[in-house]
Design a protein around this ligand. Structure first.
Ligand code: SF4
Length: 597
């Protein structure tokens, strides 16, 4: 059996970058398919489109025009585009290019199934809809793939967003049946999709023939696939076109001024990091997090030997940097120590980062992690106010935070804190505690990076389900972003809460001379292309990395373009896209009013 598996374009639809981040879910599913003997042509179309736009548009078209954007985020405009591609010349050109690109890898081989993985970026509706719409468009342009070939789309988060916007409900009124997926797969499909495909392919082929002939309902079938347990395959980290995703600094990533101060950064060979996870779920119950209310708290936990086997195979294929995508790598001390020993025993010279909690671990555990290649950890610190920590079920005393950061620092690990501002009823004093925490640990070099976001209240969290416990009252869904609007009982309106959050984010870094909130809110410290580049040039030397960040922060005006376009992990000029999305929504509302009138 032969399957064409593609990561569909997502970031590259909206911005051009020097690199393209690999898709975690796609690597897992293709790895699982291959382990069952399926022949997979694995392509990253996000990387392919990014490379195409980089070479042909060269940043001149960095922000889409409204009419191109519309085709990506609205089903009315998608319909028009499918009927007349001159609606967006850019999207027509991209889809034509990608169609030829895919064909060059197919090389006249036939395929038994077409799979599109739509990955999530940010909690914005427009990016999710963009991933869905471009999938439909690409299916049309892949006209050399017979319409009877089963077509699967997958991406759990994207479907959640589409459902919230009721986008998918009547999609068949806008899109020809032959372009709709045979199934849209949701859930934790990476562990089980290969079984589903092998079992269903024949009947799906029959179904699609009947659907194309108009004999069955054309409503998109959504299939949640879940399996709890361990993975037994090696993820396929490198799609066939993995080189297109790499950061090649020789094409101009670092500004000249930066290279004159830190010339070693210009000597780095093209590289990428890869995403990999070996746990699912989380043992904790934080009240603002969707994982906090999952009934099966930790549904996947591969054994240390299994994980080491995967890492060994990655290492043998030339992978050096890996970003583990676990919620908490330190869910159990004994597991982690055994894992670290295995890496050291096998001499695997890989460098990795992950998220960690501040509750589990001792000095020996952190030293073992440092020895096994851990070079960066993100701690879900959130706040240091004891009242809030208790309320959000994240009780960690200050002395414990201090101990963990020091052990980790001693092990040579780059320590970063994730912070959340503006919890319900957060007082000025509680906010000051966070600022002082940053001052104390960042200045002393024990905390090496941090980022903050303003609390986004999400539906499927304890806060969303039980607002009374947090003394808040829910009002409505936010129109553009995926979050709830609320008021604080006897304290603040939504406008006041919103303004307070913005103010607090703006001034969070004042005490350590970080005045631009983009360093805190746009994930600059989270950008691992920048971080791993520094590691590649200077190894474990924390001093020089801090000098580089300080140089960047102090000369922020000079590096504004570099920071905005390349270092923010979010969309460049995302606020413009939000405005464009708002326009599309208004247009939709006005049209439906006119139609009703
Ligand atoms: S915030 Fe992190 S630690 Fe807390 S429940 Fe969510 S994933 Fe787990």
């Amino acid at each position: 059996m032969q399957v064409l598996f593609c990561t569909v374009p997502i970031t590259s639809l909206f911005n051009i970058k020097y690199y393209a981040e690999p898709n975690l879910g796609g690597t897992e599913i293709t790895g699982a398919l291959k382990s069952e003997g399926v022949d997979v042509i694995h392509l990253d179309l996000n990387a392919a489109l990014n490379e195409y736009r980089f070479k042909n548009e060269n940043f001149s078209n960095q922000i889409l025009e409204q009419e191109d954007f519309n085709v990506l985020v609205s089903k009315e405009h998608l319909k028009k585009f499918l009927e007349d591609p001159t609606e967006s010349l850019y999207i027509d050109r991209w889809a034509t290019y990608l169609s030829k690109y895919i064909n060059s890898f197919l090389n006249e081989q036939s395929i038994d199934a077409l799979c599109f993985s739509v990955s999530k970026i940010m909690n914005e509706y427009y990016t999710s809809i963009g991933g869905f719409n471009i999938s439909i468009i690409l299916r049309k342009y892949l006209n050399y793939i017979d319409s009877s070939i089963p077509f699967y789309m997958g991406g759990k988060y994207v479907m959640t967003m589409l459902k919230q916007k009721k986008y998918i409900d009547d999609i068949e009124d806008y899109v020809p049946t032959s372009l709709l997926p045979t199934y849209y797969i949701t859930g934790e499909a990476h562990l089980v999709f290969h079984n589903f495909l092998l079992e269903n392919l024949k009947q799906d082929r029959d179904y699609i023939k009947q659907r194309n002939a108009g004999l069955v309902d054309s409503k998109v079938r959504i299939k949640p696939l879940n399996k709890y347990g361990d993975a037994t395959y090696v993820p396929d980290l490198k799609p066939l076109n993995f080189k297109s995703a790499e950061l090649d600094v020789s094409t101009g990533f670092f500004p000249k001024e930066m290279l004159s101060h830190f010339p070693e950064l210009g000597q780095i060979k093209p590289f990428n990091y890869y995403n990999y996870r070996f746990t699912g779920g989380c043992i904790f119950k934080c009240s603002y997090c969707t994982s906090g209310i999952e009934s099966d708290k930790m549904w996947r936990k591969d054994s240390p030997i299994q994980v080491a086997d995967c890492l060994e195979s990655f290492y043998d294929s030339g992978v050096k940097y890996i970003r583990f995508f676990n919620n908490n790598i330190n869910f159990k001390i004994s597991w982690l120590k055994e894992f670290c020993n295995e890496i050291v025993k096998r001499n695997l010279d890989i460098k990795w980062s992950d998220s960690a909690n501040l509750k589990v671990g001792d000095r020996d555990m952190f030293l073992a992690m440092g020895e096994a290649g851990c070079i960066k950890l993100w701690y879900g610190t959130e706040t240091v106010s004891p009242r809030i920590l208790k309320e959000i079920r994240k009780d960690v005393p200050p002395e414990r935070i201090d101990a963990v950061l020091n052990w980790s620092h001693e092990a040579g690990i780059w320590n970063c804190s994730n912070l959340l501002l503006n919890f319900p009823h957060e007082t000025n004093e509680e906010y000051e505690m966070v600022r002082n925490f940053i001052k104390k640990y960042y200045d002393s070099g024990i905390l090496n990076g941090f980022q903050a976001t303003i609390l986004k209240l999400l539906h499927d969290t304890e806060m969303g389900h039980d607002p009374e416990r947090f003394r808040i009252t829910l009002q409505e869904d936010h129109r553009v972003a995926r979050k709830l609007i609320y008021t604080e009982n006897n304290n603040a309106s939504w406008e006041e809460i919103h303004d307070r959050g913005e103010y607090r984010l703006r001034h969070l870094g004042d005490l350590v001379n970080i005045f631009d909130p983009k360093f805190l809110g746009a994930g600059i410290f989270e950008n691992d292309y920048f971080f791993f580049s520094m590691y590649e040039a200077y190894g474990k030397n924390k001093m020089i990395k801090k000098q580089i960040y300080t140089h960047l922060i102090n000369n922020e005006k000079m590096y504004e373009d570099f920071i905005d376009k390349n270092l923010s992990v979010y969309m460049y000029e995302g606020y413009l896209y939000k405005k464009m999305f708002s326009k599309v929504l208004n247009e939709r509302t006005n049209n439906s009013i006119t139609t009703r009138a």
